[in-house]
Design a protein around this ligand. Structure first.
Ligand code: NAG
Ligand code: NAG
Ligand code: NAG
Ligand code: NAG
Length: 779
């Protein structure tokens, strides 16, 4: 399979250059998997929108899905199966009141389910925005039915009023922790625990300043703690920085935490958190001046290890429109914990009239330490609960809840940076690869309805694939993972999708399977298929860190496809790019082909214009993909091109076969010639009048993905233009056999390095077949 040395050098050069340019900044998914209804189990109910709240009930084998005005109980193994549903609609009166307050009756004055949590008694706690008048209720699932109890609990401070406002919540020990706005205007943000005695944050800009809440997580920090520590609840959000002495508003990312046992203070901070501390979170992307803004987090813990080894994965997007990068940073919980437990505080100092500067506090810190949970040391001093805390400690934390030090990510830089697709949600799953090592795989939802699957291999960012889950593109609003089913669940405004962690069978060749560097997948030599590691007892070929495919058996040779071309006509030889990291090149009669005005290289093939006798020969399309260890060349397609003639007997020509052995041959030829001329004239006339569709340049989804860095569109434009005048005379070349060319899996068995899941045209495509309308939704 390896080409002669001079060829590899010839192709390696441009490849090396582009990789140098792209890799350090961001990375491109190796594959783009277009939308296909078989990619995922889908759930969608006619007329129902906003599938954005999920609760996994693995104990009941259910996915509970909250939407606008309804809750669904779906089969956790196949969410297309609806088991039960319950409506929770606003009344006409509620809607009218909401409308009177100036809200949009069809959009805002509805009940958006925002909170779904499991209670200790197996019921569920559910809250909705309820036409800007949030309400909560209890819900149970029994005998295949979902039922609400109509308790009508006040949802203020638990659930947002405004369905467009971000919020966060978590249920810990049957207590709801919620971060949202507690008034109609959305101007009173709180972090609140709804327990018999509710505890919340102060209304002070130094506590929460126009926040946008992102997520919450609990950490069992009391576990085996020698200091008698308390468990904590972490809150991630972004807010306008108070500490910034700048003219413009600056938004920063934050992590805050409170102690589970916090009961508030006795006089100072009554029914308020005494343990609310917050710190800035940094995710340094390039030399970016403005801090990136946190959008979602995922707590990843190894069940076998101490909580100190848990990680928070967080996604970030830029705060100005000047950049289109998104990033993932990971943080050690122990590092966050250390900053809160030992770090210095920031304090406001008045500089001029009405201007305050925040600086590091270097004075005496009261004992017990402000913001600390009650631990053994405090208990020894007779402080058994936060109600016993001295005023000095409480006053300090009331004024200075912000830590001086910012939290830095592991490695002080992002694990992943991607240009173009705005990240919205993240899930992380650990998998043991064939090399025995464990890798954390990131699954990232985007604004464009796609999901990225990415790994950071010892500092090297690698995006295995980008799968389109929702068509038309709809932002992914929620992402969940069940370790019982091993499936991912995503929700958008138009529906929910369930997908497995890996679909190895999309790789059709060993090379593709191994170069994908997917730790879930390996090539089984015995059955000749790419399969999931966990489903196989046999040894599989896999090389995730290096992408070393040298163990792959040689692929079957490609069957050459015969193609005919009319003198002066045009022909497109198709060669779909097997991977976004590969480069294709062409050989004519075993020599590198030099592109010219007549021989144009396209993103997905080669276009021969105004053909002549010199174009006859053998054409081979090669793909070179470089991995860390080597570069791999495969033949994607091979064509035998010859000049067609009326008498050639070529099956692709639509002419009636001319009899060559009869007295009337000359006469027949004359008639055929006449027919051809009139046919051509008719066709040309029809095109001119617009009765027949002009072929559209195939706007490959992959092409648009890449166009920003490859200038991919440049090659399409002249191509489209070039086709039009060529069409009429080309019409006779229509062959009846490429009717399946828009079919996805047509290349199966023909190209050893098939672009699995791509819009892979069969290699047997001539120009006229481009007239088929590409129904992207079918692919
Ligand atoms: C709910 O879905 C509709 C339909 O797509 C969308 O227009 C609306 O913005 C969504 N509402 C929220 C709160 O996301
Ligand atoms: C999933 O459920 C849907 C709806 O009941 C059904 O049509 C489909 O065949 C199921 N798929 C599988 C793989 O069980
Ligand atoms: C704290 O608890 C200890 C033991 O439970 C008790 O002896 C002590 O009096 C308590 N202190 C206060 C201030 O309540
Ligand atoms: C799934 O995760 C939970 C806790 O997150 C754990 O208790 C359970 O053992 C895990 N189950 C499996 C099958 O890994």
């Amino acid at each position: 399979m390896h080409p002669p040395l001079f060829l590899s050098v010839f192709w390696l050069l441009p490849l090396a250059l582009t990789q140098e340019e792209v890799l350090p900044l961001d990375c491109v998914p190796r594959k783009f998997v277009p939308y296909h209804r078989d990619n995922a189990h889908m759930f969608h109910e006619e007329g129902v929108f906003n599938y954005s709240t999920m609760l996994l009930r693995e104990d009941l084998d259910l996915l509970v899905l909250g939407t606008r005005e309804a809750v669904y109980a779906l089969d956790l193994n196949n969410i297309s199966k609806k088991l039960a549903s319950v409506k929770w609609e606003v009344t006409q009166q509620q809607k009218a009141e909401c409308k009177n307050k100036g809200k949009d009756p069809e959009l805002e004055c509805k009940n958006y389910i925002r909170i779904l949590h499991k209670m200790e008694d197996n019921r569920m706690y559910v809250c909705g925005t309820n036409a800007f008048d949030p309400e909560c209720d209890y819900m149970s699932y029994a005998d295949g039915n979902l039922a609400l109890e109509n308790k009508g609990e006040d949802g203020k401070g638990k659930c947002p009023f405004d369905p467009f406002q971000r919020y966060a919540s978590i249920m810990v020990d049957n207590n709801l922790y919620s971060a949202t706005s507690m008034n109609f205007l959305g101007s009173e943000p709180v972090l609140m625990r709804s327990s018999p005695v509710s505890i919340r944050t102060e209304f002070k800009s130094s506590w929460l300043n126009e926040p946008s809440f992102v997520s919450m997580a609990q950490m069992p920090e009391s576990e085996k703690s020698a200091e008698g520590e308390d468990d904590k609840v972490y809150l991630f959000f972004s807010e306008t920085a108070v500490e910034c002495d700048c003219y413009n508003k600056l938004v920063v990312s934050r992590v805050a935490r409170v102690c589970k046992g916090d009961l508030g203070g006795q006089r100072t901070l009554q029914k308020k958190w005494t343990s609310f501390l917050k710190a800035r979170m940094d995710c340094p992307v390039l030399e970016s001046q403005l801090p990136y803004i946190i959008q979602d987090t995922y707590r990843w813990c190894d069940p076998q290890q101490h909580w100190k080894n848990c990680l928070f994965y967080a996604i970030f997007t830029p705060q100005s429109d000047t950049s289109d990068l998104s990033a993932v940073c990971a943080y050690q919980v122990s590092e966050i914990s250390r900053v809160f437990a030992e770090g210095k505080y920031k304090t406001p100092v008045p500089v001029e009239t009405s201007f305050v500067k925040w600086v590091m506090y270097s004075g005496d810190v009261p004992v017990p330490r402000p913001g600390a949970c009650i631990n053994n040391e405090a208990r020894k001093a007779g402080i058994n609960q936060t109600l016993d805390l001295p005023d000095r400690t409480l006053q300090f934390i009331k004024d200075k809840p912000l830590m001086d030090q910012a939290i830095q990510p592991i490695g002080k830089k992002p694990l992943l940076v991607r240009r173009g697709a705005t990240f919205t949600r993240i899930i992380v799953n650990q998998v043991q690869a064939a090399d025995g090592r464990k890798y954390n795989v990131m699954f990232i939802g985007t604004e464009q309805g796609t999901m990225l699957k990415a790994v950071n291999y010892e500092g090297e960012m690698f995006i295995i694939e980008e799968i389109k889950l929702f068509q038309p593109p709809e932002p992914i609003k929620i992402l969940k993972f069940s370790n019982v089913t091993g499936q991912l669940y995503a929700g958008s405004d138009y529906g929910a999708a369930q997908i497995p962690l890996a679909s190895c069978e999309r790789s059709l060749s060993c090379l593709d399977c191994v170069l994908a560097r997917d730790p879930y997948c390996g090539w089984d030599k015995v059955v000749g298929r790419c399969i999931q590691l966990s489903n196989s007892q046999r040894e599989l070929i896999q090389s995730v860190k290096g992408g070393d495919a040298s163990l792959c058996p040689n692929a079957d040779p490609v069957k050459p496809v015969n193609q005919s071309i009319w003198p002066g006509g045009n022909l497109k030889l198709s060669c779909p790019l097997p991977s976004n990291l590969a480069k294709t090149s062409w050989e004519q009669d075993n020599r590198p082909l030099n592109p010219s005005a007549r021989l144009q290289l396209l993103q997905d093939g080669l276009l021969i214009l105004n053909a002549s006798g010199s174009d006859v020969g053998q054409y081979r399309c090669l793909s070179v993909e470089r991995s860390k260890t080597d570069e791999y060349t495969t033949t994607v397609a091979e064509y035998q091109v010859r000049i067609a003639s009326a008498g050639s007997g070529d099956g692709q020509i639509l002419f009636p076969q001319a009899q060559t052995d009869g007295p009337t041959v000359a006469g027949l030829q004359a008639i055929v010639g006449l027919l051809v001329v009139s046919l051509l004239f008719l066709l040309a006339w029809n095109f001119y009048k617009g009765h027949l569709p002009l072929p559209c340049g195939k706007k490959n989804s992959k092409q648009s993905q890449e166009s920003h860095e490859e200038g991919g569109l440049n090659s399409t434009v002249p191509y489209q233009e070039a086709q039009r005048p060529a069409l009429a005379e080309d019409k006779p070349l229509v062959s009846g056999r490429d009717d399946g060319s828009s079919n996805n899996n047509h290349t199966r068995g023909e190209a050893p390095f098939s672009a699995a899941g791509e819009e892979s045209d069969a290699p047997i495509v001539n120009l006229s077949s481009l007239q088929y309308i590409d129904d992207e939704s079918e692919i």
